[in-house]
Write a protein that binds this ligand. Structure first.
Ligand code: BYC
Ligand code: FE
Ligand code: FE
Length: 481
């Protein structure tokens, strides 16, 4: 068996030769029933019996690793898949720059590494929990299939982190693996670890915004962990990234199709003013200012996921060669950051100023800047969609000081344009900047399911292409009677 092929003959598909690793296999098999239990209770509600046209990884070859077929989600083959081992891989950054990558956890970094793996692992089931009611209001079978695809892959990402915990962290790894199934998104006593993963996903526009903005944080974090000196983590993250691309595709095209439908409906009705929201809403589509508010919400929640702009945690994990920067190996510098500085936006005497900080403590900020640039490219593509229809409106990323709960700006109020405002101004204008409960109610009122093949809810345009090149009327989900 070559490293690229996946062994599907065992209960837990894998390309890590689990059959020869009895102890880990037993630990994973012991964890499996609890996982299935969690999936049945916290996974997609009402569709566990449906046949879903899903892709499953059958190899980790960059070309052609996916096989599409109808699967009942609880029977999805969640597996342990690592990207191929790079022979003689060297650690690309930090204090251990240039040393051979570690195949085992260095004792002195155990706690730090475990924390990173647990946080990464915690987000995966959290997102499944957040999205579990969406099937009931899917705008089409195509979209329903997409959310389920994302969900099973996030489930697999949990497996990926649990494998690392159980194989490399002994008893405390096994305990963490159990706790990953016990915390719950939004729970008062056992919440998920990071802020954005305790928010609700009440409607499909939220889902698309989440997969665009929050899964994109996932991409950036996985990219930095893929640089890790701890090779098994690097390899598992590299394979997760190939799955992640689809999640962001779902988000970007989902928002793009929503925007497109709104603009087309406005044009057809002869509405020029995007702020004439009552008339736009009467067409059964989501007005552009409300889409902007949803964008403001999800972008700001996702910025919080990068941690503080200046962070000793981040410096320590970079220094320890555990978590690198985005595209570390393409960066031309010493990869140790002993003397470099990086500009950070900070609050200085009540003003937002750019201040040079030691680059080592600013690695969160740098990753967040790379993230913002990546988000901006997607927003530009949405604006092209709007532009093509002739509607005069431009979506924009709000300023990084807007609506923050973590870091430098958590104690101030700022407008989306980045002006610091007082409490009274914030309270007066907040409904123009973030979705109000009335906006939420309106969006929810549009969320009526469409389950006929080839049909789409009136608020969203059909996709340009089907999944796996299927025709427009393909039955992506066979809903159980
Ligand atoms: N919420 O030095 P600080 C994904 C805590 S998404 C709550 O500022 P640090 C996915 C922090 O834990 C990617 N708490 O930040 C997407 C620390 O607490 P302790 C997930 C927060 O540590 C969609 C304290 O504040 N992966 O995969 O440099 C669907 C001070 O921390 C938050 C990762 O995040 C917050 N937002 O950076 C499915 C990678 N932010 O320890 C999946 C692993 C900070 O003092 N995680 N805190 O009690 C990390 O690299 C880092 O932990 C963080 C934070 C980037 C998250
Ligand atoms: Fe994930
Ligand atoms: Fe994802």
């Amino acid at each position: 068996m070559t490293i690229e092929t996946v062994d599907y003959t065992t209960k837990i598909p894998n390309n890590v030769n689990l059959a020869a690793d009895r102890q880990v296999l037993r630990a994973l098999e012991g964890w499996h029933p609890g996982y299935i239990d969690w999936w049945m209770n916290m996974g997609p509600q009402g569709f566990q019996e449906a046949l879903v046209y899903l892709r499953t990884a059958v190899s980790v070859d960059p070309k052609g690793w996916a096989k599409f077929d109808y699967v009942k989600m609880p029977e999805y083959r969640w597996g342990i898949l690592l990207a191929p081992k790079e022979e003689d891989r060297k650690i690309p950054f930090g204090r251990h720059y240039g040393e051979p990558a570690w195949q085992d956890v260095p004792g002195e970094y155990r706690a730090m590494l475990r924390r990173l793996v647990v946080i990464q692992g915690d987000t995966e089931p959290a997102s499944v929990e957040q999205q579990r009611h969406l099937g009931k209001t899917a705008p089409s079978l195509y979209d329903m299939r997409n959310v389920f695809q994302v969900n099973v892959e996030e489930g697999r990402h949990l497996w990926a982190m649990v494998y690392i915990l159980q194989k490399y962290f002994g008893r405390d790894g096994r305990e963490e693996a159990v706790e990953l199934l016990q915390r719950r998104s939004g729970s008062a006593d056992k919440p998920r670890m990071l802020g954005a993963f305790n928010e609700a996903t009440p409607d499909w526009l939220s889902f698309y915004m989440f997969t665009f903005f929050t899964d994109r944080d996932g991409k950036m974090q996985l990219e930095s962990l893929a640089q890790s000196g701890f090779d098994p983590l690097s390899r598992t993250c590299r394979f997760m990234l190939t799955e992640e691309a689809h999640h962001m595709f779902v988000g970007e095209t989902g928002v793009g199709r929503t925007v497109q439908r709104t603009c087309e409906a406005m044009r057809a009705a002869g509405i020029e003013d995007p702020y004439d929201t009552d008339r736009v809403r009467a067409l059964g589509v989501i007005d552009l200012p409300t889409i902007q508010k949803k964008l403001n919400l999800h972008y700001s929640l996702s910025l919080d996921l990068f941690g503080s702009e200046v962070s000793t945690n981040a410096a320590n994990s970079f220094n320890a060669s555990l978590k690198g920067r985005f595209q570390e190996i393409k960066i031309e510098d010493d990869h140790r950051l002993e003397h470099a500085t990086y500009p950070v936006l900070k609050l200085v005497d009540g003003e937002i100023k750019r201040v040079d900080e030691p680059a080592l403590t600013a690695v969160n900020m740098r990753l967040r800047d790379d993230y913002t640039a990546d988000c901006q490219r997607g927003v530009d593509r949405w604006n092209k969609v709007i532009n093509k229809t002739g509607v005069a409106f431009k979506l924009e990323l709000p300023h990084v000081a807007f609506h923050r709960q973590i870091g430098e700006f958590q104690n101030v109020k700022a407008s989306p344009a980045g002006a610091l405002v007082d409490e009274a101004t914030w309270n007066r204008d907040v409904d123009k900047w973030l979705p109000s409960s009335a906006d939420g109610d309106f969006i929810v009122s549009l969320m009526r399911p469409v389950y006929e093949t080839g049909r789409f809810s009136g608020w969203i345009a059909p996709p340009r292409l089907g999944i796996d090149n299927k025709p427009g009327d393909f039955e992506y989900v066979k809903i159980a009677a």
